[in-house]
Design a protein around this ligand. Structure first.
Ligand SMILES: Nc1ncnc2c1ncn2[C@@H]1O[C@H](COP(=O)(O)OP(=O)(O)OP(=O)(O)O)[C@@H](O)[C@H]1O
Ligand SMILES: [Mg+2]
Length: 260
């Protein structure tokens, strides 16, 4: 990260973000800032509010209250120009199942304002690189789980976004492709772009992310830089791994079942 990027507005700035579903508060007064050029790991137990937060940050959900700034501009679900500058791989992979893989990617790219030729060229390159060239005339409905995930990744990056939101990006993807995607993300961030990702695989987060936050019951419980640190501090104690911090914050589970 160069000095200019460090001094400029954060890529993502959230203040007091709250999302309620009826009486239930899924995201509770969350504030955080993510600098450009960072791969930010957004962690927390199942149901903590990670996907809901990503939904709010990408316009898939409207927050109940709070403010969001992306790339220095105020974001809302109708901020069309700003939405073109971000990419998202959401949890629920809302893909257009009846389309062929190549049709879907070209469609997606054109929606983001790319001309047809560029859309087709990028689609070809993505399908080739992701090992999906032979499946271009298969309907997405007939894809395997990992193939769907790869197409969703391709759709998130095809318009060369400045911020990439990834909800469990590597789940179900084969190790060879995961290694390649991690390299893509490192290069992406090295160019000053920003990745905001969730993952339950803490070893991956430790190796890939520069900064990490843990949320619990919709609230920020902890956040820290991971770059070049050998121990992590939480509540005045030093921990040698992210897993130890995570288990301390979220509470260890009783591991016994009465019948096992
Ligand atoms: N549409 C909805 N209506 C009601 N409650 C919802 C809705 N969507 C999510 N929730 C609730 O909000 C909470 C946060 O859900 P969310 O999907 O954000 O969790 P998460 O951190 O992404 O979990 P996971 O690790 O399992 O993906 C959960 O308790 C969930 O049941
Ligand atoms: Mg989720």
């Amino acid at each position: 990260m160069n000095e200019m990027q460090q001094n400029s507005a954060p890529a993502i700035q959230i203040a007091g973000l709250t999302k309620r579903y009826g009486d239930f508060t899924a995201v509770d007064n969350l504030s955080l800032a993510v600098l450009s050029g960072v791969i930010y790991g957004f962690l927390g137990p199942n149901g903590a509010g990670k996907s809901t937060t990503i939904g709010c940050l990408t316009g898939l959900l409207d927050p109940t209250s709070g403010s969001i700034e992306l790339l220095g501009e105020r974001f809302s679900s109708d901020a069309v120009a700003l939405k073109r500058r971000i990419g998202v791989m959401p949890e629920g992979l809302a893909l257009l199942d009846q389309l062929y893989a190549d049709e879907f990617l070209v469609f997606q790219a054109q929606m983001f304002g790319l001309d047809k030729k560029t859309a087709q060229n990028r689609t070809d390159e993505l399908l080739q690189t992701l090992g999906l060239a032979d499946t271009r005339k298969k309907r997405i409905a007939d894809f395997s789980t990992g193939m769907r995930k790869k197409i969703a990744f391709a759709a998130a990056v095809i318009h060369s976004p400045e911020i990439l939101f990834l909800d469990e990006p590597f789940e179900s993807i084969d190790p060879t492709t995961v290694a390649m995607l991690k390299e893509w993300l490192r290069r992406f961030a090295a160019e000053g772009r920003t990745v905001f990702m969730t993952s339950h695989v803490l070893e991956t987060v430790e190796k890939l992310c520069n900064h990490v936050a843990i949320i619990k019951e919709g609230k920020l419980a902890w956040n820290a830089a991971l770059n070049g640190v050998s121990t992590l501090e939480y509540g005045g104690q030093q921990y040698s791994s992210l897993e130890e911090v995570f288990l301390t914050i979220t509470g260890r589970q009783d591991s016994s079942l009465s019948w096992m």
